[in-house]
Design a protein around this ligand. Structure first.
Ligand code: BTN
Length: 148
């Protein structure tokens, strides 16, 4: 009895402790990479579901040199899990804006996946070019391990 009590204590700590550091599934904070190789980092999500972060795109529709760009967005806090979200990237190296909308899913292997659609609005000089100023697409993001 004297020896089993400390053993049980250590065992229960070992089982419970990882739960303290683990992030809740589909809380968007952290680092993500998409199917194009673009990386984004999302900071803390506040009580209203709002967040800010940064985006490093792997590709550009311009001839400009790619630079890290800010993003801001919000996610639903739902008891049902797998929340919807949206965010805007204000590109720092072009006159364009991209809005993303999507949902976080936990796949069959327990992996978080962000399924998104986006609209990329480019600036045009003339109203007659408005028709060609918006691109649409999809991106799938997976989580990158957090850097300690
Ligand atoms: C620009 O070219 O004016 C800004 C960069 C746009 C990058 C787009 S946004 C949608 C798609 N997903 C990415 O990760 N990058 C491209």
């Amino acid at each position: 009895m004297v020896q089993t009590t400390p053993f049980l204590l250590v065992l229960s700590l070992a089982l419970v402790a990882p739960g303290f550091s683990a992030r809740k599934q589909c809380e968007l904070s952290g680092r993500w990479v998409n199917d194009l190789g673009s990386n984004m980092t999302i900071g803390a999500v506040n009580g209203k579901g709002e967040f800010t972060g940064s985006y490093h795109t792997a590709v550009t529709a311009t001839r400009n040199e790619i630079q890290l760009s800010p993003l801001q967005g919000s996610q639903h806090h739902t008891n049902k899990g797998q929340p919807t979200f949206g965010f805007t990237v204000n590109w720092s190296f072009s006159d364009s804006i991209t809005v993303f909308t999507g949902q976080c899913f936990v796949d069959k292997d327990g992996k978080e996946v962000l399924k998104t659609m986006w609209l990329l609005r480019s600036r045009v000089d003339n109203i007659n070019d408005d028709w060609k100023a918006t691109r649409v697409g999809i991106n799938v993001f997976t989580r990158l391990p957090s850097q300690k």
